[in-house]
Design a protein around this ligand. Structure first.
Ligand code: C2O
Ligand code: CU
Length: 468
């Protein structure tokens, strides 16, 4: 029987089994001016490198694992003609982009899901440069797990972009494989995952590939754009091990970039991104440290004489600064889950008891309500500064995502933050911890607010607010 233990990855890397990664294919061939075509469809793909590993039936866009990267220009109007060739409805969300609400792609809130065989046209203008991603937003806990996501890079309207050899997108995914190395579909939706830390996998890929080996020009500036596309795995990486410095979080350039982390490790929650600057002198590996270290990606320095481009540190985007006064303040208590408070959770008006939890699979709540869907959590007028005080009274860490807005992290547990301003679209809040965020609600519409551990969102940590 095939071993899928993460420990084996080290052997495979050492044994020269690593595949040479081709630069991730761009959408150039699917692109016609500023119009792109995306088709969601099943695709056969081998996730584990062992010779006896079976192929998996995954879902992706344009028959490619990982789906094509969309490279667009800040401020340019783009059109995406989307067709659903899956056996079930779906929709696409453009994670982190501050775009018009009706293009946000949340099935059931901003649009009806696109039925099998039908199409939907997305049109938007990306206002901010940076690293983003797109993913299915209908039954995301299943559709994203099956591979429905891709990278989205917004190039600055003015400013330079590094050549491909120095600019690498790494979409990291945590897959649960069965004993034959196949995507484990049988355990999708397992209540054990939903009530605990979500669907955690046993194998990591980068752009759909196992143990890739990426070539970087030696001593030259290289930008590594890391996206965590896992359903629930919080990636624990340590860029200091290879001299990586931080340029951006969630697409937003740090004012003092490139920044060395004064603290380790770097936790990258589901949906979070970090762009690193690496000027390698020698080969190195990227390791995931949340369990036994897993070197899931290796880098080889290219010493051949070559022209390398100069690097300009990305400039921060112009995001609306929250006002200090006249804030709309809201307290959010996160409860529920295994080893947590389960005694006061309501779902669709029903107070859940033991059998209620089993029947509804709702295990988590915001202010005692699981999946608040009929009414918004709050309503504010356009332009209002919103301050959210989030306390996590559960035994798990969560990755909270606000749609349509970037926010400032202002405080953690009354101790301030490591650096400021710190803009994000998804923030981690630890067990028994609290975090204060603030943002200007400047975009009218219905905006989702949820845990990006997709099982947690499906089982209660999901709500929305309205900007009028
Ligand atoms: Cu990445 Cu609700 O989304
Ligand atoms: Cu969560």
């Amino acid at each position: 029987m095939l071993q899928t233990s993460r420990r084996d990855a080290l052997k495979l890397l050492g044994g020269g089994a690593a595949a040479l990664v081709m630069p991730s294919m761009s959408l150039a061939e699917e692109r016609d001016g500023t119009t792109f075509k995306l088709v969601a469809q099943p695709v056969q793909h081998k996730l584990h490198p062992a010779s006896d590993a079976q192929e998996s039936t995954l879902w992706s866009y344009n028959g490619q694992v990982t789906a094509p990267t969309l490279r667009i220009k800040q401020g340019e109007q783009v059109t995406i003609e989307f067709t659903n060739a899956l056996p079930e409805p779906t929709s696409i969300h453009w994670h982190g982009l501050r775009i018009a609400n009706e293009m946000d792609g949340v099935s059931g809130l901003t649009q009806d899901p696109v039925p099998p065989g039908e199409s939907f046209t997305y049109e938007f203008v990306a206002p901010d440069a940076g690293t983003y991603w797109y993913h299915a937003h209908h039954k995301s806990w299943e559709q994203v797990a099956r591979g429905l996501y891709g990278g989205l890079i917004v190039e600055p309207a003015d400013g330079t972009v590094l050549p491909d050899a120095q600019d690498h997108l790494l979409i990291i995914d945590d897959w649960r494989l069965d004993g034959e190395g196949k995507f484990d579909a049988a355990s999708l939706g397992a209540p054990m995952d939903w009530s605990h830390g979500g669907r955690l996998g046993n194998w990591l890929t980068v752009n759909g590939q196992s143990l890739p080996n990426i070539s970087l020009p030696k001593n030259a500036p290289n930008r590594l754009r890391l996206i965590n596309a896992s359903n629930s795995r919080i990636l624990d990486i340590d860029p200091a091990r290879f001299g990586g410095k931080i340029l951006t979080f969630d697409g937003q350039a740090l004012p003092d970039a490139p920044m060395e982390l004064g603290y380790t490790p770097l936790l990258l929650g589901p949906a979070q991104r970090v762009d690193l600057l690496v000027e390698p002198e020698e080969d190195f590996v990227l390791e995931e440290l949340s369990q036994e270290p897993f070197a899931f990606c290796s880098f080889e320095v290219d010493t051949s004489e070559q022209k390398v481009a100069d690097f300009a540190v990305p400039t921060p985007n112009k995001l609306p600064m929250p006002a200090a006064e006249d804030r709309f303040k809201f307290d959010l208590r996160m409860t529920g889950g295994a080893m947590g408070q389960l005694d006061n959770i309501y779902y669709q008006g029903e107070k859940l008891d033991r059998s209620g939890f089993q029947r509804t699979k709702q295990f988590w709540a915001f202010n005692n309500v699981a999946n608040l869907a009929e009414e918004p959590l709050f309503r504010v007028k356009k332009g209002q500064t919103v301050e959210l005080n989030v306390s996590n009274i559960t035994a798990f860490m969560h990755a909270m995502h606000v749609h349509g807005h970037h926010f400032l992290i202002e405080d953690r547990d009354g101790r301030g933050v490591e650096q400021s301003p710190l803009w994000r679209d998804t923030f981690l809040v630890g067990a028994e911890q609290s975090t204060r965020i603030a943002f200007v609600a400047d975009n009218p519409g219905k905006w989702l607010f949820h845990c990006h551990m997709l099982e947690h969102a499906a089982s209660g940590m999901n709500t929305w607010f309205e900007v009028t």
